[in-house]
Design a protein around this ligand. Structure first.
Ligand SMILES: Nc1ncnc2c1ncn2[C@@H]1O[C@H](COP(=O)(O)OP(=O)(O)O)[C@@H](O)[C@H]1O
Ligand SMILES: [Mg+2]
Length: 257
């Protein structure tokens, strides 16, 4: 069974897509087949991998109950990395415009019934809200990773994100756990960021991954080059940070600390 990891934070710009993209890259580089599912109607991850949605789209498949789900999987130019792209119609699902019974269970059903290919990891990139798509992700996931942007650290968003995870666990998905909090975009030259990181570590203790991701121009450069950092500049210290983070993810998934 693959680990299904939702990358979730209610706040936009907290590093969800950057984390999904670069974690997937580091796992793929380690020879672990990874599927990313882009659940954000904005489709940043999809565009970031230069993919266009096929026919049918993810939103059509979710609405009609999952038939054809495995046909949504597309190969990318990165070995071991596959994607189910987002499409603009996901907006309708997100806002509840398309009322469907049991709509919060849709993705879980698709993943359990229609997954034919074998992946070690499935990474769900969530939209910046706690709407229906994020709930679908949390209901389908085995684990959640919460990225927090150091520069614009939103305590409120973090609190409500964790409450939603707790609520989902208590009500629907007993197996869901927070795999960890990832401190992102840390500019260690500023006192503000140092204090923000220290405060997050104090609040969440061992839940916070040891690796944190520094602020680096390479994040945007790699995205522009359509490559995860480990493939864009594999020798950089940023690439090593993502490898370190990926190793922690693997260890935590295997029941380590
Ligand atoms: N480590 C980093 N260094 C520099 N910029 C970063 C870093 N992490 C994130 N960013 C910037 O923040 C932006 C928003 O991140 P993104 O992952 O798209 O947020 P979300 O998906 O949570 O809305 C990115 O496009 C990038 O420009
Ligand atoms: Mg995003």
């Amino acid at each position: 069974m693959p680990r299904i990891i939702a990358i979730v934070n209610r706040k936009g710009g907290s590093g969800k897509t950057v984390t999904a993209f670069n974690l997937a890259g580091a796992l793929a580089e380690a020879n672990l087949p990874v599927l990313v599912i882009d659940l954000d109607p904005q489709g940043s991850l999809t565009k970031g991998l230069d993919i266009t949605p096929g026919n049918p789209t993810l939103s059509e498949v979710l609405i009609r109950g999952g038939e054809g789900f495995s046909d949504l999987i597309q190969v990318t130019h990165i070995p071991n990395l596959y994607i189910i792209p987002a499409d603009g119609d996901l907006n309708g699902i997100e806002t509840g415009l398309r009322e469907v019974p049991g709509r919060e269970l849709r993705l879980r059903r698709c993943l359990s019934k229609f997954m034919t290919r074998h992946f070690d990891y499935i990474i769900l990139d969530c939209p910046p809200s706690l709407g229906s798509l994020t709930v679908n992700a949390l209901v389908a996931a085995s684990d959640a990773i919460i990225p927090v942007d150091c520069g614009s650290y939103g305590r409120d968003a973090l609190g409500s994100t964790i409450s939603t995870i707790d609520f989902t666990r208590e009500e629907i998905n007993f197996n869901l756990r927070v795999l960890g909090v990832l401190v992102c975009n840390v500019n260690s030259r500023t006192t503000y960021d140092q204090m923000a990181e220290a405060s997050i570590r104090q609040q969440f203790g061992p839940l916070v991954f040891t690796a944190s991701i520094p602020t680096s121009i390479r994040v945007d450069e790699a995205a522009e080059a359509r490559k995860p950092v480990v493939f864009y500049d594999g020798r950089s210290s940023l690439a090593d940070k993502y490898r370190e983070f990926a190793r922690e993810v693997i260890a935590r998934c295997q029941g380590g600390t």
